[in-house]
Design a protein around this ligand. Structure first.
Ligand SMILES: C[S@@+](CC[C@H](N)C(=O)[O-])C[C@H]1O[C@@H](n2cnc3c(N)ncnc32)[C@H](O)[C@@H]1O
Length: 383
């Protein structure tokens, strides 16, 4: 049951003055309010802390935050905004609402919105918050499998962000290990909508996905500041002639590398020793495994079959990743006690070990790359 006493001004003032306090300590204290427990207060403080980074749009009066697990399971505002730009229609349904961050944004270009959530406390919080935000929807507290059994409606978009089933918080990446089990319900999902979007873990294997879900027509690998956050798979009833993949990085703007699924199989990379410019692909592209395709598309050469660094003499400004101007150096040329961003890939020593060996400090504007070309181990330094 929702305890709306946490919204009383004196309680909110207490929460706001304790936003940066040690929460373990606070939990040991007695709540100064008879109607609100210290646990409830700490839950709100945690919620506000997470919201500052993940969903700042909820930092306003009247919003109630759920327990930490529900906060962790939520999408970030930025990835949700990206997805919302891809969708439009009349009817939208989110079958796994959770804290409703995805649903809030993804439904922006829709007239009728339905949210399903099995957790009664959570959907109550979402309904309350959406009221505060002035956003209308139908909120249904039900297992989605039951809902699907009774449903007679047709939707333009069905969205799912399944929860991980294992309590151990082990990283699970098989569809059968998720709740709901997508394989069990996929046929039904495709019979009630034009388009089904499913958000999955970045650890999911793309070839596995395509092999197991016959309706896939698009896959987006979405990174936030080069950290891959989600893989979103788009399904429809009609079989697509080609599956489009997008490696997306949301940083100051949006950078997307688009390619057909399977294109890597026929792509070839040429190899070279480092030339003037060095290219480090965005992580969403590395996740997609299009190591040769990226070389072909940008007319750049690879260092080594297992080294995903690329090089050219001309600058390819559109490259989706970092572009550094560098030169090969001898280990003796490394300035002791110097400050560098250290990258080690396909090299026997880890960055920590390199730092120790050469007495280096982390950070600054200059880079040192330790890696291998076809000729052997090499070290590169920013010019
Ligand atoms: C990962 S969270 C969704 C987070 C959401 N996308 C957001 O951005 O806030 C998954 C949610 O699905 C709900 N869920 C899992 N299986 C379900 C089922 N069979 N029926 C209804 N809800 C389910 C869980 O209770 C959980 O709240």
């Amino acid at each position: 049951m929702l305890n709306t006493n946490i919204l009383i001004q004196t309680v909110q003032d207490y929460i706001n003055t304790n936003l940066n306090i040690d929460l373990h300590r606070l939990l040991l204290k007695k709540s100064p309010f008879s109607e609100v427990s210290m646990q409830e207060i700490v839950q709100q403080i945690k919620g506000k802390q997470v919201a500052q980074k993940k969903f700042p749009f909820l930092l306003q009066e009247g919003i109630i935050f759920p327990p930490q697990l529900n906060l962790e399971q939520s999408s970030s505002e930025k990835t949700a905004v990206y997805k919302s730009g891809l969708l439009k229609g009349k009817k939208f349904i989110d079958l796994t609402s959770g804290f409703g961050i995805d649903a809030y944004y993804l439904s922006q270009n829709f007239e009728e919105i339905t949210l399903i959530e099995q957790n009664p406390d959570l959907i109550e919080i979402v309904e309350h918050n959406w009221g505060v935000l002035g956003k209308k929807a139908t909120f249904i507290n039900q297992k989605l499998e039951e809902f699907l059994d009774q449903n007679q409606e047709y939707y333009d978009v069905v969205y799912l962000d399944p929860a991980r089933r294992d309590d151990q918080k082990n990283k699970v990446f098989l569809l059968e290990d998720l709740s709901p089990d997508i394989l069990e319900i996929q046929e039904k999902l495709l019979s009630i909508s034009k388009q089904v979007l499913i958000k999955l873990s970045p650890l999911i294997d793309l070839a596995y996905l395509v092999s197991i879900l016959p309706g896939v027509f698009r896959i987006d690998i979405i990174a936030l500041k080069n950290d891959v956050k989600e893989v979103v798979v788009f399904l429809s009833k009609e079989k697509a002639a080609e599956i489009i993949c997008n490696g997306v990085n949301l940083e100051s703007g949006e950078n997307t590398f688009t390619f057909p699924f399977g294109a890597e199989e026929n792509a070839h990379a040429e190899y070279s020793e480092p030339e003037r410019f060095i290219y480090i692909p965005n992580n969403s592209i590395l996740k997609a495994g299009v190591f040769n395709l990226i070389a072909e598309r940008f007319d750049i050469k690879k260092f080594h079959p297992n080294t995903h660094f690329y090089t050219s003499n001309e600058r390819k400004a559109d490259f989706p990743g970092r572009i550094l101007e560098m030169k090969v150096i001898d280990s003796k040329q490394i300035e002791k006690k110097g400050q560098f961003n250290i990258i080690s890939k396909n090299y026997p020593l880890k960055p920590e070990e390199i730092k120790k060996k050469y007495q280096l400090k982390d950070g600054g504007n200059e880079y040192l790359i330790f890696t291998q070309s076809k000729k052997g181990k090499i070290i590169l330094k920013s010019i």
